[in-house]
Design a protein around this ligand. Sequence first.
Ligand code: IPE
Ligand code: IPE
Ligand code: MG
Length: 253
Amino acid sequence: MFIKMPFFNRKRKHESYELSLDHMPEHVAIIMDGNGRWAKKRGLPRVAGHREGMTTIKKIVRHAAKYKIKVLTLYAFSTENWKRPKTEVDYLMKLPAEFLDTYLPELMENHIKVQTIGQLSDLPAHTREAIEMAIEKTSENDGLILNFALNYGGRAEILKAVREIATDVKKDQIKMEDIDEKTFSTYLYTHPLKDPDLLIRTSGEIRISNYLLWQLAYTEFWFTEVLWPDFDENHFEKALFDFQNRKRRYGGV
Ligand code: IPE
Ligand code: IPE
Ligand code: MG
């Protein structure tokens, strides 16, 4: 007796999973992890892993757009990543400009809209300006939203919301009784995006590292040992395939 297992024979390069276009996640969030280890394995400096990781971003963005995913939120730099050696931080801060320099024409061609979540004002001016330019240039695009989490921390985001709500209560702009989950979420960076349906983390770490703490309440999690620079279209399709075979209950039956 044969049981249909589409993920057999994965060695053939272009075999794809039987994905239903009607059941794609609308919002996919990714923790792109493992760049440093990828480089180390090859005897290269950590930054070489970050450079290679940019190539993966391009691949996955193309693929997400192909599958009509609406939002792709990529964790690019956390509020904790400032702890890294200055040379590495400096390198990471140069990557957005480099990425956008080479990739903006393709983003435009594919109607992709660049957005960010996180505290942009604390980034170096050259980083911020490159990103603001891309946001501005792509603002009329109506395709995939490519949302970069930059200087993003889930706790910082929640605290920022709390402070803004407190200010608005003080100014009588909202009433205490009106602070419900829906109102609260309008104060988050992610507003008005819907919460992620699927979270992918590469590199074998089974944690969320301060990512989208509020928004991941009912998200499906998918972890892989694969390091971000090695992550490809096939891995992404496997994540989508597994997502399509999950049963989401939201606390119901
Ligand atoms: C993820 O890769 C990229 C960023 C955090 C910017 P890492 O740099 O964390 O790679 P590892 O986890 O050290 O291998
Ligand atoms: C999470 O990865 C942040 C990004 C991918 C940008 P880290 O590598 O910083 O997370 P930890 O330190 O392993 O939890
Ligand atoms: Mg890491």
